[in-house]
Write a protein that binds this ligand. Structure first.
Ligand code: PMP
Length: 361
């Protein structure tokens, strides 16, 4: 078998080995079907069953109440930056956005093309190294909704609990931490997440939407940009990304088989804990996020100089630790350790960090 390395990429990211093996096994022919998932009609009974099983497993996994629709949409989380306001921000109203990183800013930019946006809080002046305190967030009780980014992939910060918005509908971009920990979906009006970090391959975005939000969509919306189209047609109005949905279904089942969201959380806390402990125990490495805002998914750190960072990334790559270069906008190093990332890989990185410090400080 081709040897696998440790993949710290921020996304598309590592998938569970069991899922890849299952996909490999099914790739010539799905059992009893004689054709692969890449070749069957999206209108076939087989695909309908794959889709419905994925939806049922996702519902079970996160205990999603019956009044939420589980939808598969294309266009990435970036399209949701537009679709959410197009559907849920009525004319003559305003939405509150909490800005905690690059992706929140992009969400604001797109919402601003649709309607009025208020910045309820921003931690940009602190280089997005933290999540704002409740006291800093100025929410408008009349807002159409509040939007926040639950995990900031680029800066390595994560909300420990959702902002309290009272009766104002809450929307979250959970692209980089969905299903990494227990989730109370009933607190949200809309959750969206691009699949390519914790859910599966690129090409599909998971949408969880409460049914009382659906009547807000204006009739003038293009069909493919209207959540109602996906809700009415079970994500089958047009040809959906069948392969991506199939893998998302396998990943949902994998999480259930591993023990569900609490078990994912336990593992993620352990894995991130190992890395943060290493960062905290040395003056050589410096974390970016402040302690109370640290992400379990993306661990950002700096070394004493950019030259050392470059050397660190290239030596790590040679040692089979791939994808540790920080996002181009912030520099430094970043270890993305989503659900499927194995603890042995984190231990290997910690040993590598210790050795690199010993030989380069
Ligand atoms: N939101 C977050 C939190 C992300 O991490 C990303 C991608 N890295 C996006 C949105 C954009 O996702 P996509 O590329 O699927 O449009």
């Amino acid at each position: 078998m081709t040897e696998r390395i440790y993949n710290f990429s921020s996304g598309p990211a590592v998938l569970p080995l069991e899922v890849l093996k299952q996909a490999q096994q099914d790739l010539l022919a799905l059992p009893g079907v004689g054709m692969s998932i890449l070749e069957i009609s999206h209108r076939s009974k087989t695909f309908e069953s794959i889709l419905n099983t994925a939806v049922e497993d996702i519902r079970r996994l996160a205990d999603i109440p019956a009044n939420y629709h589980i939808l598969f949409v294309q266009g990435g989380a970036s399209m949701q930056f537009s679709m959410a306001p197009m559907n849920l921000l009525p004319p003559n109203s305003a939405a509150d956005y909490i800005v905690t990183g690059t992706w929140s800013k992009k969400a604001v930019k797109e919402a601003g093309k649709v309607g009025t946006v208020n910045i309820a809080a921003s931690t940009e002046s602190d280089k997005f190294n933290r999540i704002p305190d409740a006291a800093e967030i100025k929410l408008d009780p009349q807002a159409a909704y509040v939007h926040f980014t639950s995990n900031n992939t680029i800066f390595g910060t994560e909300w420990k609990a959702e902002p309290q918005t009272g009766t104002v509908p809450l929307i979250a971009d959970m692209s980089s931490d969905i299903f990494s920990r227990p989730l109370d979906v009933s607190k949200y009006a809309l959750i969206y997440a691009g699949a390519q970090k914790n859910l599966g391959p690129a090409g599909v975005t998971l949408i969880l939407i409460r049914d009382d939000m659906l009547p807000r969509s204006p009739a003038s919306l293009p069909t493919m940009l209207d959540y109602n189209t996906y809700a009415k047609e079970n994500s089958l109005y047009n040809t959906p990304p069948v392969f991506a949905i199939y893998i998302v279904g396998l990943v949902a089942r994998w999480i259930i088989d591993q023990g569900g969201l609490s078990e994912m959380h336990r593992r993620n806390e352990r894995k991130a804990g190992l890395l943060y402990a290493q960062i905290d125990s040395s003056d050589f490495y410096r974390g970016h996020a402040v302690a109370g805002s640290r992400s379990l998914m993306n661990v950002n750190f700096r070394l004493p100089s950019e030259d050392l960072e470059k050397q660190f990334v290239s030596e790590a790559t040679r040692a089979g630790l791939d994808g540790l270069k920080g996002h181009r906008s912030v520099g430094g190093c970043r270890a993305s350790i989503y659900n499927a990332f194995p603890e042995e890989g984190v231990q290997t990185l910690v040993s590598f960090m210790k050795e690199f410090e010993r030989t380069h400080s």
